[in-house]
Design a protein around this ligand. Structure first.
Ligand code: CO
Length: 220
């Protein structure tokens, strides 16, 4: 286990390495950020955004919370989306879930963990919405994986339905919302095949992704 002093020492060593490779790196980055991506992911310590896609600081604007949930009244998520879309003009919003998500597992199992149960109730809603598809799966691990995937797709839909994203599309801004999932066991990201480049594409993208995943056609 690292002490806090170790963390500061690590930081200095890292900054020196980066500067050795590119003496201008921090000076350039300190003047402006121009990320092309907004990452909406889980807070899980094993899913660090820039590291798993091997990008340096400055490339990804990040919002993380437990179980990568986008709730339409969450001022924190909405502010992050609004700033990144309206001000930074990101071109892609990546909703990135992960297999083995503890938050999704707790929602699936209806665990009582405390205050967080209220937050995870949103994942419980996803579970309830897709209960017939989940019921077809044999065991808890299979249902857990599927709910992690379904949760990503539902959150892609939520992002696409925000006034921020809809307004950006309406004024012709180039912006696509995507759904990915990360495997803790092999470090691989899988594209869940939902890409939403505009309001008109949302229903087909959503229905298609759910149908491919579950074999069931959801209500749009
Ligand atoms: Co998680």
């Amino acid at each position: 286990m690292n002490s806090l002093k170790d963390l500061i020492a690590n930081n200095r060593r890292w900054a020196e390495q980066v500067t050795a490779e590119d003496p201008d790196f921090f000076r350039q980055l300190s003047m402006q950020q121009a990320p092309r991506y907004l990452w909406i992911g889980c807070s899980d310590s094993r899913v660090p955004a820039t590291q798993i896609v091997d990008l340096p600081p400055g490339e990804i604007f990040v919002h993380r919370n437990v179980a990568n949930v986008v709730v339409h009244t969450d001022l924190n998520a909405l502010s992050t989306i609004q700033f990144s879309v309206d001000v930074l003009k990101v071109e892609h919003i990546l909703v990135v879930g992960h297999y083995g998500c503890g938050g999704v597992g707790a929602a699936l199992n209806e665990d009582r963990l405390g205050l967080i149960d209220n937050w995870l109730r949103h994942v419980g809603d996803v579970k309830q919405k897709h209960r017939s598809a989940l019921a077809k799966l044999a065991d808890f691990p299979a249902k857990h994986d599927r709910l992690c995937e379904l949760n990503v797709i539902e959150q892609v839909r939520h992002v696409s339905q925000t006034t921020i994203v809809r307004d950006a599309w309406e004024r012709g801004q180039k912006l696509t919302v995507h759904g990915w999932i990360y495997g803790l066991k092999d470090g691989h990201i899988t594209d869940l095949g939902i890409d939403v480049p505009g309001n008109d594409a949302l229903v087909d993208a959503y229905v298609g992704a759910i149908e491919r995943l579950t074999g069931e056609r959801p209500e749009a």
